[in-house]
Design a protein around this ligand. Structure first.
Ligand code: ADP
Ligand code: MG
Length: 502
Protein backbone atom coordinates (compact mmCIF):
# COMPACT_ATOMS: atom_id res chain seq x y z
CA UNK A 1 0.00 0.00 0.00
CA UNK A 2 1.25 3.46 -0.78
CA UNK A 3 2.21 5.87 1.95
CA UNK A 4 0.10 9.03 2.13
CA UNK A 5 1.40 10.70 5.24
CA UNK A 6 4.57 10.70 7.26
CA UNK A 7 5.45 12.42 10.51
CA UNK A 8 9.21 12.61 11.10
CA UNK A 9 11.04 13.25 14.36
CA UNK A 10 8.08 15.02 15.92
CA UNK A 11 8.74 16.54 19.32
CA UNK A 12 6.17 18.53 21.24
CA UNK A 13 7.02 20.13 24.55
CA UNK A 14 4.73 21.88 26.99
CA UNK A 15 7.15 23.85 29.16
CA UNK A 16 9.62 21.26 30.39
CA UNK A 17 7.27 18.41 29.67
CA UNK A 18 7.80 16.31 26.57
CA UNK A 19 4.36 15.16 25.43
CA UNK A 20 5.93 13.77 22.23
CA UNK A 21 9.61 13.06 21.77
CA UNK A 22 11.15 12.23 18.39
CA UNK A 23 8.15 10.36 17.05
CA UNK A 24 8.02 8.79 13.58
CA UNK A 25 4.77 7.63 12.06
CA UNK A 26 3.67 6.78 8.56
CA UNK A 27 0.13 6.21 7.34
CA UNK A 28 -0.78 4.24 4.22
CA UNK A 29 -3.69 4.70 1.90
CA UNK A 30 -6.68 2.59 2.87
CA UNK A 31 -5.34 1.36 6.19
CA UNK A 32 -6.58 1.49 9.74
CA UNK A 33 -3.54 2.56 11.71
CA UNK A 34 -3.97 2.33 15.46
CA UNK A 35 -2.16 4.43 18.02
CA UNK A 36 -1.99 2.33 21.14
CA UNK A 37 -0.80 3.66 24.47
CA UNK A 38 -1.76 4.21 28.08
CA UNK A 39 -3.40 7.41 29.27
CA UNK A 40 -0.90 10.22 28.91
CA UNK A 41 1.29 8.42 26.36
CA UNK A 42 0.99 11.34 23.93
CA UNK A 43 -1.52 10.02 21.37
CA UNK A 44 -3.89 13.00 21.34
CA UNK A 45 -1.03 15.47 21.34
CA UNK A 46 0.53 13.84 18.28
CA UNK A 47 -2.76 14.01 16.40
CA UNK A 48 -3.38 17.59 17.51
CA UNK A 49 -0.02 18.39 15.95
CA UNK A 50 -1.15 16.66 12.77
CA UNK A 51 -4.33 18.71 12.49
CA UNK A 52 -2.57 21.99 13.18
CA UNK A 53 -4.04 22.60 16.61
CA UNK A 54 -0.51 22.52 18.07
CA UNK A 55 2.73 23.46 16.38
CA UNK A 56 5.45 20.84 16.90
CA UNK A 57 8.53 21.97 18.80
CA UNK A 58 10.53 20.02 16.23
CA UNK A 59 9.87 17.71 13.31
CA UNK A 60 8.38 17.56 9.85
CA UNK A 61 5.20 16.35 8.19
CA UNK A 62 5.02 15.01 4.63
CA UNK A 63 1.83 14.52 2.66
CA UNK A 64 2.16 12.36 -0.45
CA UNK A 65 5.90 12.87 -0.29
CA UNK A 66 5.72 16.68 -0.11
CA UNK A 67 6.62 18.50 3.07
CA UNK A 68 3.67 20.47 4.41
CA UNK A 69 3.30 23.05 7.14
CA UNK A 70 0.03 22.57 8.95
CA UNK A 71 -0.26 25.80 10.88
CA UNK A 72 -4.00 25.75 11.57
CA UNK A 73 -6.91 23.31 11.65
CA UNK A 74 -8.25 25.04 8.53
CA UNK A 75 -5.04 24.07 6.74
CA UNK A 76 -5.46 20.46 7.83
CA UNK A 77 -8.99 20.44 6.41
CA UNK A 78 -7.66 21.85 3.16
CA UNK A 79 -5.14 19.01 3.02
CA UNK A 80 -7.85 16.41 3.57
CA UNK A 81 -7.14 15.61 7.21
CA UNK A 82 -10.09 15.41 9.58
CA UNK A 83 -10.33 14.54 13.25
CA UNK A 84 -13.11 13.46 15.56
CA UNK A 85 -11.98 14.52 19.01
CA UNK A 86 -12.64 12.48 22.11
CA UNK A 87 -14.88 15.24 23.40
CA UNK A 88 -17.04 16.24 20.49
CA UNK A 89 -16.98 19.79 19.26
CA UNK A 90 -20.57 20.15 18.13
CA UNK A 91 -22.81 23.10 18.93
CA UNK A 92 -25.56 21.60 21.05
CA UNK A 93 -28.21 24.22 20.36
CA UNK A 94 -27.88 23.79 16.59
CA UNK A 95 -29.21 21.08 14.33
CA UNK A 96 -27.19 18.29 12.81
CA UNK A 97 -27.37 19.96 9.40
CA UNK A 98 -26.24 23.34 10.74
CA UNK A 99 -23.33 21.71 12.52
CA UNK A 100 -22.19 19.91 9.41
CA UNK A 101 -22.15 23.04 7.26
CA UNK A 102 -20.87 25.27 10.07
CA UNK A 103 -17.72 27.10 9.10
CA UNK A 104 -17.84 25.78 5.58
CA UNK A 105 -17.37 28.92 3.52
CA UNK A 106 -19.11 27.60 0.44
CA UNK A 107 -22.22 26.91 2.44
CA UNK A 108 -23.06 30.56 2.88
CA UNK A 109 -25.66 31.70 0.45
CA UNK A 110 -29.04 31.09 -0.88
CA UNK A 111 -31.69 28.55 -0.16
CA UNK A 112 -31.15 26.60 -3.37
CA UNK A 113 -27.60 25.91 -2.30
CA UNK A 114 -28.84 24.75 1.05
CA UNK A 115 -31.08 22.18 -0.58
CA UNK A 116 -28.20 21.01 -2.66
CA UNK A 117 -25.95 20.71 0.39
CA UNK A 118 -28.59 18.61 2.11
CA UNK A 119 -28.65 16.27 -0.84
CA UNK A 120 -24.87 16.02 -0.89
CA UNK A 121 -24.75 15.32 2.83
CA UNK A 122 -27.47 12.71 2.61
CA UNK A 123 -25.71 11.03 -0.28
CA UNK A 124 -22.48 10.87 1.73
CA UNK A 125 -24.34 9.55 4.75
CA UNK A 126 -25.93 6.88 2.63
CA UNK A 127 -22.65 5.87 1.03
CA UNK A 128 -20.89 5.28 4.34
CA UNK A 129 -23.84 4.01 6.33
CA UNK A 130 -23.87 7.04 8.63
CA UNK A 131 -27.35 7.05 10.05
CA UNK A 132 -28.15 10.66 11.11
CA UNK A 133 -31.23 12.85 11.41
CA UNK A 134 -30.36 16.19 9.82
CA UNK A 135 -33.01 18.31 11.50
CA UNK A 136 -32.59 17.16 15.08
CA UNK A 137 -30.79 19.31 17.62
CA UNK A 138 -27.48 17.90 18.84
CA UNK A 139 -28.81 17.86 22.42
CA UNK A 140 -31.59 15.52 21.33
CA UNK A 141 -29.48 12.78 19.74
CA UNK A 142 -27.44 9.96 21.28
CA UNK A 143 -23.69 10.02 21.76
CA UNK A 144 -23.34 7.43 19.00
CA UNK A 145 -25.25 9.64 16.58
CA UNK A 146 -23.23 12.71 17.58
CA UNK A 147 -20.14 10.76 16.66
CA UNK A 148 -21.59 9.91 13.25
CA UNK A 149 -22.32 13.62 12.76
CA UNK A 150 -18.67 14.41 13.50
CA UNK A 151 -17.53 11.79 11.01
CA UNK A 152 -19.95 13.05 8.38
CA UNK A 153 -18.80 16.60 8.98
CA UNK A 154 -15.17 15.59 8.38
CA UNK A 155 -16.07 13.65 5.24
CA UNK A 156 -18.16 16.53 3.94
CA UNK A 157 -15.05 18.68 4.19
CA UNK A 158 -13.21 16.18 2.03
CA UNK A 159 -11.22 14.19 4.59
CA UNK A 160 -9.07 11.47 3.06
CA UNK A 161 -7.40 10.77 6.38
CA UNK A 162 -9.73 10.55 9.34
CA UNK A 163 -8.45 10.53 12.92
CA UNK A 164 -10.74 9.01 15.54
CA UNK A 165 -9.57 9.77 19.08
CA UNK A 166 -10.84 7.05 21.43
CA UNK A 167 -14.08 6.77 19.49
CA UNK A 168 -15.32 3.70 21.33
CA UNK A 169 -14.88 5.03 24.87
CA UNK A 170 -18.44 6.33 25.10
CA UNK A 171 -20.18 3.74 22.94
CA UNK A 172 -22.19 0.64 23.74
CA UNK A 173 -21.08 -2.68 22.24
CA UNK A 174 -23.74 -2.42 19.59
CA UNK A 175 -22.67 1.09 18.62
CA UNK A 176 -19.06 -0.09 18.42
CA UNK A 177 -20.13 -2.68 15.85
CA UNK A 178 -21.81 0.08 13.84
CA UNK A 179 -18.70 2.24 14.00
CA UNK A 180 -16.50 -0.63 12.84
CA UNK A 181 -18.76 -1.18 9.85
CA UNK A 182 -18.39 2.51 8.96
CA UNK A 183 -14.61 2.31 9.30
CA UNK A 184 -14.66 -0.71 6.97
CA UNK A 185 -16.53 1.29 4.34
CA UNK A 186 -14.15 4.22 4.64
CA UNK A 187 -11.03 2.14 4.13
CA UNK A 188 -12.81 0.19 1.39
CA UNK A 189 -13.08 3.52 -0.46
CA UNK A 190 -9.36 4.11 -0.05
CA UNK A 191 -9.55 6.49 2.87
CA UNK A 192 -7.17 6.06 5.78
CA UNK A 193 -8.14 5.96 9.42
CA UNK A 194 -6.05 6.65 12.50
CA UNK A 195 -7.77 4.84 15.33
CA UNK A 196 -6.87 5.64 18.93
CA UNK A 197 -7.68 3.19 21.66
CA UNK A 198 -6.27 1.23 24.52
CA UNK A 199 -8.76 -1.61 24.29
CA UNK A 200 -6.80 -4.59 23.12
CA UNK A 201 -9.63 -6.64 21.75
CA UNK A 202 -10.87 -3.81 19.53
CA UNK A 203 -7.40 -2.92 18.39
CA UNK A 204 -6.66 -6.48 17.33
CA UNK A 205 -9.90 -6.61 15.40
CA UNK A 206 -9.91 -3.39 13.48
CA UNK A 207 -6.26 -2.47 12.82
CA UNK A 208 -4.01 -3.13 9.86
CA UNK A 209 -0.99 -1.77 11.68
CA UNK A 210 -0.43 -0.67 15.25
CA UNK A 211 2.01 1.93 16.53
CA UNK A 212 2.67 1.76 20.24
CA UNK A 213 3.44 4.95 22.14
CA UNK A 214 4.82 5.00 25.63
CA UNK A 215 5.65 8.07 27.71
CA UNK A 216 5.70 10.30 24.64
CA UNK A 217 7.90 8.06 22.50
CA UNK A 218 7.26 5.51 19.76
CA UNK A 219 8.01 1.98 20.92
CA UNK A 220 7.45 0.32 17.54
CA UNK A 221 4.98 -0.29 14.72
CA UNK A 222 3.69 -3.82 14.17
CA UNK A 223 1.39 -5.54 11.69
CA UNK A 224 -1.80 -6.75 13.26
CA UNK A 225 -1.13 -10.21 11.85
CA UNK A 226 2.01 -10.47 13.98
CA UNK A 227 0.54 -9.02 17.16
CA UNK A 228 -0.86 -10.67 20.24
CA UNK A 229 -2.76 -9.05 23.10
CA UNK A 230 -0.19 -10.02 25.71
CA UNK A 231 2.72 -8.73 23.70
CA UNK A 232 0.99 -5.44 22.87
CA UNK A 233 0.14 -4.94 26.54
CA UNK A 234 3.72 -5.34 27.66
CA UNK A 235 5.01 -3.09 24.87
CA UNK A 236 2.47 -0.48 25.90
CA UNK A 237 3.32 -0.60 29.59
CA UNK A 238 7.00 -1.31 29.35
CA UNK A 239 6.64 -4.22 31.71
CA UNK A 240 5.09 -7.64 31.74
CA UNK A 241 1.71 -7.92 33.33
CA UNK A 242 1.26 -11.48 34.50
CA UNK A 243 -2.12 -12.77 33.31
CA UNK A 244 -4.65 -12.08 36.00
CA UNK A 245 -6.30 -15.09 37.42
CA UNK A 246 -8.71 -14.45 40.19
CA UNK A 247 -9.91 -17.45 42.11
CA UNK A 248 -13.68 -17.93 42.06
CA UNK A 249 -15.59 -18.27 45.33
CA UNK A 250 -18.72 -20.29 45.84
CA UNK A 251 -21.54 -20.42 48.39
CA UNK A 252 -21.06 -17.39 50.61
CA UNK A 253 -21.89 -17.90 54.28
CA UNK A 254 -24.38 -15.11 54.59
CA UNK A 255 -26.16 -12.64 52.36
CA UNK A 256 -25.61 -8.91 52.68
CA UNK A 257 -28.21 -7.91 50.10
CA UNK A 258 -31.46 -9.71 49.32
CA UNK A 259 -33.96 -8.51 46.72
CA UNK A 260 -37.30 -10.27 46.45
CA UNK A 261 -39.76 -9.61 43.63
CA UNK A 262 -38.71 -6.01 43.24
CA UNK A 263 -40.53 -3.83 40.72
CA UNK A 264 -39.57 -0.33 39.73
CA UNK A 265 -41.26 1.53 36.90
CA UNK A 266 -41.75 -1.93 35.48
CA UNK A 267 -43.40 -1.12 32.17
CA UNK A 268 -40.26 0.75 31.04
CA UNK A 269 -38.13 -1.83 29.27
CA UNK A 270 -34.92 0.14 29.40
CA UNK A 271 -35.21 1.94 32.70
CA UNK A 272 -37.31 -0.29 34.88
CA UNK A 273 -37.04 -3.41 37.00
CA UNK A 274 -39.59 -6.16 36.83
CA UNK A 275 -39.86 -8.90 39.45
CA UNK A 276 -36.15 -8.87 40.24
CA UNK A 277 -34.96 -11.32 42.89
CA UNK A 278 -31.28 -11.71 43.70
CA UNK A 279 -28.79 -11.99 46.52
CA UNK A 280 -25.29 -10.71 47.12
CA UNK A 281 -23.19 -12.70 49.57
CA UNK A 282 -20.54 -11.45 51.96
CA UNK A 283 -17.16 -11.96 50.31
CA UNK A 284 -18.59 -12.54 46.87
CA UNK A 285 -18.62 -10.64 43.58
CA UNK A 286 -21.95 -10.80 41.80
CA UNK A 287 -21.56 -9.72 38.19
CA UNK A 288 -24.47 -8.28 36.23
CA UNK A 289 -24.03 -8.97 32.54
CA UNK A 290 -26.16 -7.24 29.97
CA UNK A 291 -26.24 -4.65 27.27
CA UNK A 292 -26.36 -1.16 28.79
CA UNK A 293 -29.84 0.16 29.42
CA UNK A 294 -31.60 -2.98 30.56
CA UNK A 295 -32.25 -1.88 34.13
CA UNK A 296 -28.69 -2.09 35.44
CA UNK A 297 -28.55 1.61 36.36
CA UNK A 298 -31.85 1.29 38.23
CA UNK A 299 -30.55 -1.74 40.10
CA UNK A 300 -27.53 0.25 41.26
CA UNK A 301 -29.70 3.22 42.20
CA UNK A 302 -31.99 0.96 44.20
CA UNK A 303 -29.19 -0.59 46.25
CA UNK A 304 -27.69 2.82 46.96
CA UNK A 305 -30.97 4.34 48.08
CA UNK A 306 -31.40 6.74 45.18
CA UNK A 307 -34.73 5.32 44.04
CA UNK A 308 -37.56 3.59 45.92
CA UNK A 309 -39.03 0.33 44.62
CA UNK A 310 -42.73 0.22 43.72
CA UNK A 311 -43.10 -3.30 45.06
CA UNK A 312 -41.05 -6.09 46.60
CA UNK A 313 -38.62 -6.39 49.44
CA UNK A 314 -35.05 -5.16 49.86
CA UNK A 315 -32.97 -6.42 52.78
CA UNK A 316 -29.57 -5.05 53.72
CA UNK A 317 -27.67 -7.26 56.16
CA UNK A 318 -30.83 -9.14 57.14
CA UNK A 319 -33.08 -6.24 57.88
CA UNK A 320 -35.71 -4.83 55.65
CA UNK A 321 -35.01 -1.38 54.28
CA UNK A 322 -37.63 1.10 55.36
CA UNK A 323 -36.26 4.35 53.99
CA UNK A 324 -34.74 4.66 50.54
CA UNK A 325 -32.34 7.53 51.10
CA UNK A 326 -28.68 7.58 50.05
CA UNK A 327 -27.53 8.69 53.51
CA UNK A 328 -29.33 5.74 55.15
CA UNK A 329 -27.59 3.35 52.77
CA UNK A 330 -24.19 4.89 53.45
CA UNK A 331 -24.83 4.39 57.17
CA UNK A 332 -25.63 0.74 56.46
CA UNK A 333 -22.15 0.38 54.95
CA UNK A 334 -22.96 0.66 51.27
CA UNK A 335 -20.25 2.22 49.10
CA UNK A 336 -20.72 3.24 45.52
CA UNK A 337 -18.49 3.61 42.49
CA UNK A 338 -20.98 5.50 40.33
CA UNK A 339 -21.59 5.21 36.64
CA UNK A 340 -20.64 8.74 35.78
CA UNK A 341 -17.64 9.69 37.84
CA UNK A 342 -17.65 13.30 36.73
CA UNK A 343 -21.25 13.95 37.65
CA UNK A 344 -21.72 11.78 40.71
CA UNK A 345 -18.37 10.55 41.95
CA UNK A 346 -16.21 13.62 42.18
CA UNK A 347 -16.47 17.32 42.71
CA UNK A 348 -14.30 18.49 39.84
CA UNK A 349 -13.31 21.86 41.17
CA UNK A 350 -12.42 20.53 44.58
CA UNK A 351 -8.91 19.24 45.20
CA UNK A 352 -7.75 15.65 45.24
CA UNK A 353 -7.45 15.93 49.03
CA UNK A 354 -10.96 17.32 49.50
CA UNK A 355 -12.44 14.62 47.31
CA UNK A 356 -10.69 11.87 49.26
CA UNK A 357 -12.03 13.31 52.50
CA UNK A 358 -15.48 14.22 51.20
CA UNK A 359 -17.38 11.76 53.35
CA UNK A 360 -15.18 11.75 56.41
CA UNK A 361 -14.57 15.35 57.49
CA UNK A 362 -17.06 14.85 60.31
CA UNK A 363 -15.13 11.93 61.83
CA UNK A 364 -13.40 12.56 65.19
CA UNK A 365 -10.13 11.71 63.49
CA UNK A 366 -10.38 14.82 61.34
CA UNK A 367 -12.45 17.24 63.36
CA UNK A 368 -13.59 18.33 66.75
CA UNK A 369 -17.24 19.04 67.55
CA UNK A 370 -18.61 17.25 64.49
CA UNK A 371 -16.86 19.23 61.81
CA UNK A 372 -16.63 22.64 63.49
CA UNK A 373 -12.86 22.52 63.86
CA UNK A 374 -10.93 20.64 61.24
CA UNK A 375 -7.66 18.91 62.00
CA UNK A 376 -5.83 20.12 58.93
CA UNK A 377 -2.58 18.24 59.48
CA UNK A 378 -4.38 14.94 60.04
CA UNK A 379 -6.37 15.51 56.88
CA UNK A 380 -3.33 16.25 54.80
CA UNK A 381 -1.40 13.26 56.14
CA UNK A 382 -4.33 11.01 55.47
CA UNK A 383 -4.75 12.26 51.89
CA UNK A 384 -1.04 11.71 51.24
CA UNK A 385 -1.29 8.21 52.65
CA UNK A 386 -4.22 7.48 50.33
CA UNK A 387 -2.41 8.99 47.36
CA UNK A 388 0.38 6.49 47.94
CA UNK A 389 -1.80 3.49 48.75
CA UNK A 390 -4.09 3.97 45.76
CA UNK A 391 -1.32 5.10 43.46
CA UNK A 392 -3.08 8.35 42.57
CA UNK A 393 -0.80 10.11 40.11
CA UNK A 394 -1.02 13.88 40.43
CA UNK A 395 1.39 16.76 40.83
CA UNK A 396 -0.04 17.63 44.25
CA UNK A 397 -3.00 16.64 46.42
CA UNK A 398 -4.09 20.28 46.21
CA UNK A 399 -4.62 19.91 42.44
CA UNK A 400 -8.20 20.15 41.14
CA UNK A 401 -9.65 16.68 40.68
CA UNK A 402 -10.93 17.51 37.20
CA UNK A 403 -7.40 17.95 35.86
CA UNK A 404 -6.46 14.30 36.55
CA UNK A 405 -6.73 11.48 34.01
CA UNK A 406 -9.78 9.20 34.18
CA UNK A 407 -7.86 6.38 35.82
CA UNK A 408 -6.56 8.61 38.57
CA UNK A 409 -9.99 10.14 39.17
CA UNK A 410 -11.36 6.64 39.56
CA UNK A 411 -8.65 5.83 42.11
CA UNK A 412 -9.73 8.85 44.21
CA UNK A 413 -13.26 7.43 44.28
CA UNK A 414 -11.91 4.01 45.25
CA UNK A 415 -9.85 5.49 48.06
CA UNK A 416 -12.87 7.33 49.45
CA UNK A 417 -15.36 4.50 49.03
CA UNK A 418 -13.22 1.55 50.09
CA UNK A 419 -11.52 3.14 53.07
CA UNK A 420 -14.98 3.44 54.58
CA UNK A 421 -14.68 -0.38 54.97
CA UNK A 422 -17.99 -1.06 53.30
CA UNK A 423 -20.00 -4.25 53.78
CA UNK A 424 -21.45 -3.74 50.32
CA UNK A 425 -19.83 -2.19 47.27
CA UNK A 426 -21.83 -1.24 44.20
CA UNK A 427 -19.40 -0.81 41.31
CA UNK A 428 -20.89 0.47 38.07
CA UNK A 429 -18.63 0.35 34.99
CA UNK A 430 -15.66 0.82 37.34
CA UNK A 431 -13.02 0.57 34.59
CA UNK A 432 -14.83 2.13 31.63
CA UNK A 433 -12.37 4.14 29.55
CA UNK A 434 -9.34 3.16 31.63
CA UNK A 435 -6.08 1.73 30.37
CA UNK A 436 -4.80 -1.72 31.26
CA UNK A 437 -2.61 -0.65 34.16
CA UNK A 438 -5.37 1.32 35.89
CA UNK A 439 -7.92 -1.41 35.14
CA UNK A 440 -5.74 -4.05 36.76
CA UNK A 441 -5.25 -1.89 39.82
CA UNK A 442 -8.99 -1.43 40.21
CA UNK A 443 -9.67 -5.13 39.73
CA UNK A 444 -7.06 -6.07 42.33
CA UNK A 445 -8.58 -3.57 44.75
CA UNK A 446 -12.07 -5.00 44.24
CA UNK A 447 -10.74 -8.51 44.89
CA UNK A 448 -9.14 -7.25 48.11
CA UNK A 449 -12.48 -5.82 49.19
CA UNK A 450 -14.08 -9.19 48.49
CA UNK A 451 -11.38 -10.98 50.50
CA UNK A 452 -12.12 -8.77 53.47
CA UNK A 453 -15.77 -9.89 53.40
CA UNK A 454 -17.36 -7.12 51.37
CA UNK A 455 -20.22 -8.14 49.08
CA UNK A 456 -19.59 -6.63 45.65
CA UNK A 457 -22.12 -5.94 42.91
CA UNK A 458 -20.26 -5.44 39.64
CA UNK A 459 -22.24 -3.92 36.79
CA UNK A 460 -20.37 -3.77 33.52
CA UNK A 461 -21.09 -3.70 29.82
CA UNK A 462 -17.67 -5.27 29.29
CA UNK A 463 -18.43 -8.98 29.12
CA UNK A 464 -14.77 -9.97 29.55
CA UNK A 465 -14.65 -8.02 32.79
CA UNK A 466 -17.77 -9.79 34.07
CA UNK A 467 -16.33 -13.21 33.20
CA UNK A 468 -12.97 -12.45 34.75
CA UNK A 469 -14.20 -10.96 38.02
CA UNK A 470 -17.49 -12.57 38.97
CA UNK A 471 -18.06 -15.43 41.40
CA UNK A 472 -21.60 -15.58 40.15
CA UNK A 473 -23.23 -13.98 37.09
CA UNK A 474 -26.74 -12.71 36.56
CA UNK A 475 -27.96 -11.60 33.16
CA UNK A 476 -30.41 -8.73 32.87
CA UNK A 477 -32.57 -7.97 29.89
CA UNK A 478 -35.37 -5.40 29.73
CA UNK A 479 -35.45 -5.05 33.49
CA UNK A 480 -35.69 -8.76 34.17
CA UNK A 481 -33.33 -11.42 35.45
CA UNK A 482 -32.81 -13.80 32.53
CA UNK A 483 -30.63 -16.33 34.27
CA UNK A 484 -28.04 -16.99 36.90
CA UNK A 485 -24.72 -18.76 36.32
CA UNK A 486 -21.72 -19.85 38.32
CA UNK A 487 -18.55 -17.86 37.71
CA UNK A 488 -16.54 -21.10 37.47
CA UNK A 489 -16.56 -22.18 33.80
CA UNK A 490 -19.61 -20.09 32.92
CA UNK A 491 -21.48 -21.07 29.74
CA UNK A 492 -20.35 -18.12 27.65
CA UNK A 493 -22.51 -18.90 24.65
CA UNK A 494 -25.65 -19.28 26.72
CA UNK A 495 -24.96 -16.06 28.61
CA UNK A 496 -24.48 -14.12 25.37
CA UNK A 497 -27.83 -15.34 24.14
CA UNK A 498 -29.49 -14.40 27.42
CA UNK A 499 -28.00 -10.91 27.08
CA UNK A 500 -29.83 -10.59 23.78
CA UNK A 501 -33.07 -11.72 25.43
CA UNK A 502 -33.04 -15.22 23.99
N1 ADP B 1 -2.08 21.57 26.53
C1 ADP B 1 -1.28 20.89 27.36
N2 ADP B 1 -0.52 21.52 28.28
C2 ADP B 1 0.31 20.82 29.10
N3 ADP B 1 0.44 19.50 29.10
C3 ADP B 1 -0.28 18.80 28.20
C4 ADP B 1 -1.18 19.45 27.29
N4 ADP B 1 -1.78 18.51 26.52
C5 ADP B 1 -1.28 17.33 26.95
N5 ADP B 1 -0.38 17.50 27.95
C6 ADP B 1 0.39 16.44 28.62
O1 ADP B 1 1.02 15.67 27.64
C7 ADP B 1 1.02 14.29 27.97
C8 ADP B 1 0.39 13.49 26.86
O2 ADP B 1 -1.00 13.77 26.83
P1 ADP B 1 -1.99 13.22 25.73
O3 ADP B 1 -1.41 13.47 24.38
O4 ADP B 1 -3.31 13.80 26.02
O5 ADP B 1 -1.98 11.66 26.04
P2 ADP B 1 -2.97 10.50 25.53
O6 ADP B 1 -3.86 11.06 24.49
O7 ADP B 1 -2.06 9.42 25.04
O8 ADP B 1 -3.71 10.04 26.75
C9 ADP B 1 0.26 14.17 29.29
O9 ADP B 1 1.20 14.08 30.33
C10 ADP B 1 -0.51 15.46 29.36
O10 ADP B 1 -0.74 15.83 30.70
MG1 MG C 1 -5.90 11.21 24.50
Amino acid sequence: MEEILRMEHITKRFGDMYANRDINLDIRKGEVHTLLGENGAGKSTLMNVLIGLYQPTEGKIFLNGQEVRIDSPAKAVQLGIGMVHQHFMLVEAMTVFENIILGDRQAKGVFIQKEQRRREILALAEKYGLDVQLDKLITDISVGEQQRVEILKALYRGAELLILDEPTAALTDLEVEGLFAIIGKLTGEGKSVVFISHKMREVLRISDRITILRAGETVCTVDRANASAGELASLMMGRELAPSHYEKKENPERQVVVLEHVDYNKTAKHSGLSDVSLTIGAGEILGIAGVDGNGQSQLAQLITGVITPDAGRVDLKNSKVAKFMPQAFIEEGVSHIPEDRNKMGLVGDMSVKENILLKSTGLPRFSRFGGMFLKKKAMKDYALEMQEKYDIRCASIEQEARSLSGGNQQKIILARELEARPDILIAVHPTRGLDIGATRFIHDTMIEARESGCGVLLISADFDEILEMSDRIIVMFEGQVMGEYSGKNPPVEEISLAMAGK
